[in-house]
Write a protein that binds this ligand. Structure first.
Ligand code: AP5
Length: 226
């Protein structure tokens, strides 16, 4: 059975953090539009360069570009059991395109998990985020720093701050979220598949709430040891 889940929420809400653990505890693949763009940039592709010009300004990459990239990605064999969408869809056009594409293959979005977090917390989380260049693990200098500054606990890789995590760009990303992505909350609420989760709580609590919301669709494995 295929299960498709969207993690919806503002920048810094914890979508990436939660999606990684959910993917480890289920058979679903984690598909993150921002990660795909950053990977394309590292590879020096045209797509990566195009995306960077929008990401650095905190603007959304044009719908047609994102839609094509994601719809192609979910054709891969690792997505057969289902997908956790992180950062996609972000506009009504993207949501409609995703719904139509899944329907064409007898699929659908089963659940949308909306992480709500107050603005001031989001800005602090974004400003404090550090990501491992090698394995992608995420830390936060305010909430849970790595044991050795600038070094990943998991793999020893170097930690970096994303170029779009400056205060000015982060504030603009939030404005773009309120204007273009927030309407999706009502869009999915009307479909009866939206679950709101308090994203301000600790990471493990949020993860358990998400699994509860998904329990009717999924077989899960226990929480991995810290
Ligand atoms: P993207 O990479 O998707 O970024 P985002 O949506 O802005 O989300 P973030 O990655 O900032 O936050 P998150 O919710 O994943 O939080 P995280 O788990 O890291 O997009 C970047 C750009 O790409 C966009 O601006 C746009 O230009 C482009 N783009 C991407 N998708 C697009 C699309 N569909 N359409 C058009 N353009 C697109 O957590 C944040 C921090 O908080 C971390 O340090 C983490 O450790 C910490 N944290 C997490 N949870 C908790 C908790 N419960 N308590 C304390 N700290 C926590």
């Amino acid at each position: 059975m295929t299960t498709n889940v969207i993690l919806l929420g503002p920048p810094g809400a914890g979508k990436g953090t939660q999606a990684k653990t959910l993917a480890e505890r289920t058979s679903l693949s984690h598909v993150a539009s921002g990660d795909l763009f950053r990977a394309a940039l590292r590879e020096g592709t045209e797509l990566g360069m195009l995306a960077k010009s929008y990401m650095d300004r905190g603007e959304l990459v044009p719908d047609e570009v994102v839609i094509n990239m994601i719809l192609e990605r979910i054709q891969a064999p690792d997505c057969l059991a289902g997908v956790i969408f992180d950062g996609f869809p972000r506009t009504r056009e993207q949501a409609v395109a995703l719904g139509e594409s899944l329907a064409a293959h007898d699929g659908k979005i089963d659940a949308v998990l909306y992480l709500s977090v107050p603005n001031e917390v989001l800005l602090r989380r974004i400003a404090g985020r550090q990501t491992c260049k090698t394995c992608g693990a995420t830390y936060n200098i305010y909430y849970f720093p790595s044991h050795r500054p600038g070094i990943c606990d998991a793999c020893g890789g170097k930690l970096y701050q994303r170029s779009d995590d400056s205060m000015e760009t982060a504030q603009h990303r939030l404005d773009v979220y309120f204007e273009q992505t927030m309407p999706l909350i009502e869009y999915y609420q009307r479909q009866g598949i939206l679950h709101e989760i308090d994203g301000q709580r600790e990471i493990t609590w949020v993860n358990e709430e998400m699994l509860k919301a998904l329990s009717q669709y999924l077989v899960t494995s226990p929480q991995p040891e810290e």
